[in-house]
Design a protein around this ligand. Sequence first.
Ligand SMILES: [Zn+2]
Length: 217
Amino acid sequence: MFVNLHTHHPLKNNSGIEIVNIDLHHLPNQLPPLCSAGIHPWHVNNNSIKDLETLQRLAGQKSIIAIGECGLDKLRGPDLNMQMKFFNVHIELSESLQLPLIIHCIKSYSEIIKLRKDYQPQQPWIFHGFNASAETCQQALKHGFYFSFGNSLFKKQSKGSKAIPLIPTNRLFLETDDEKQLSIALVYQRASELLKIETSQLQAITKNNFKQLFNVD
Ligand SMILES: [Zn+2]
């Protein structure tokens, strides 16, 4: 059984655990059993107040087990002030509903680490698709972040591939994100090669981490 921390494409007949990222503009008739909901930093704009209403309405439902993906992206999306404004709303929501935060972060690690330092939230914050330097990784570890890895692991020289062995196993998750062709089994296989442990061990580790962080019965 695999835990997939973040996917945009729910599997049919999935026997594992997957957190499906909900598209607020295309809500399914029925929510998958485990989901996250948030406004992606690429999509925030002056009309996002409407999306916030949808989010607030959804977020109280039982199948929403995390807030996100949300965050900051310096390469895409509107200006950082606008992104920051909405990211802060997600932080507040995560705290008030006691749901972990799933974070999209591109070239904004120092800003997000600083936010956690200043805000001192109770909820876990998870960098999804983590792909940053060892130095950033150490900073984020120091401030209690969790890390989820995906397609960057398939490039041997990527920052993600180099960072994953630095993560204590109790802070680790794996994911497929938006990659339709990528199976979560393959991500586990690749990660287990990089970590030099058995896939079954990795499955036990992420299952336990999931139990620790998410309030699911
Ligand atoms: Zn995503």
